[in-house]
Design a protein around this ligand. Structure first.
Ligand code: GLV
Ligand code: MN
Length: 222
């Protein structure tokens, strides 16, 4: 560049390289989004279509009934009432969502992760033991007993759980840093995949007898 000192050009190029190096893709809003050149079989985008603003009403930002407990009459003693973008369309593009979590005495929210979100978890009733495990190789457990008013964080993508260790129902509200946090419940995901994972993989991975693996696959098959 004529008239511009070389060191300034070098500086500008370095700044450009640095800004490119720290750039990142937008966070995905679903598990995968395989690109296609044809609009004929293109069905999914990273987000949703937006409603004409003139047609937007207060109800697009409103979700009632989170004072009502979900039914915990199930094997886990658990109800998760999620309010993500599929339930509350006004959340689209805003990067947040919420869930009400009810856990009966001795009930469990089993080990799971959210592939697209950090979770911030506020207990409003009951007593829970909650924890998460850091990634390998440390696999460090961070766990706390939580009482009403206590808050715990489950960092992005890490496996976490809660168990009701009190004698009364527990209620918590979980907020997520995604409009569509997703959930991978480890046991269901690994043993209940469709189609099933070859049992030999799970025998080695979990150091289990093949019969145990096959009975777990039967139990979790959907
Ligand atoms: C709690 O961890 C939840 O995701 O509901
Ligand atoms: Mn969670």
């Amino acid at each position: 560049m004529k008239g511009v000192p070389n060191y300034l050009v070098a500086l500008a190029l370095t700044a450009l390289a640095c800004s490119l190096a720290s750039a990142f893709d937008p966070s995905p809003l679903q598990d995968f989004c395989v690109s296609t050149n044809s609009s004929l079989d293109g069905v999914f985008v990273n987000g949703k279509f937006c409603k004409d603003p003139k047609l937007v009403t207060p109800n697009d930002f409103f979700f009632p009934g989170l004072n009502i407990p979900g039914s915990t009459e199930n094997q886990l003693g658990l109800a998760v009432t999620g309010v993500g973008v599929d339930q509350l369309f006004g959340l689209n593009t805003l990067g947040i969502s919420l869930a009400r979590v009810d856990i009966a005495p001795y009930g469990v929210n089993p080990p799971h992760t959210h592939p697209r979100a950090t979770e911030i978890f506020l207990v409003v009733e009951g007593t829970l033991l909650a924890g998460f495990v850091s990634s390998s190789p440390d696999n460090r457990l961070f766990a706390k007993i939580l009482n009403p008013g206590d808050l715990f964080i489950f960092p992005f993508g890490l496996i976490h759980f809660q168990i009701n260790v009190g004698k009364t129902n527990a209620v918590a509200f979980a907020s997520f840093s995604s409009q569509n946090p997703g959930a991978i419940t480890i046991a269901n995901n690994v043993f209940g995949s469709n189609p099933p994972i070859n049992p030999d993989v799970l025998v080695k991975a979990f150091q289990l007898d093949k019969n145990v693996v096959m009975s777990l696959q039967k139990k979790f098959s959907t």
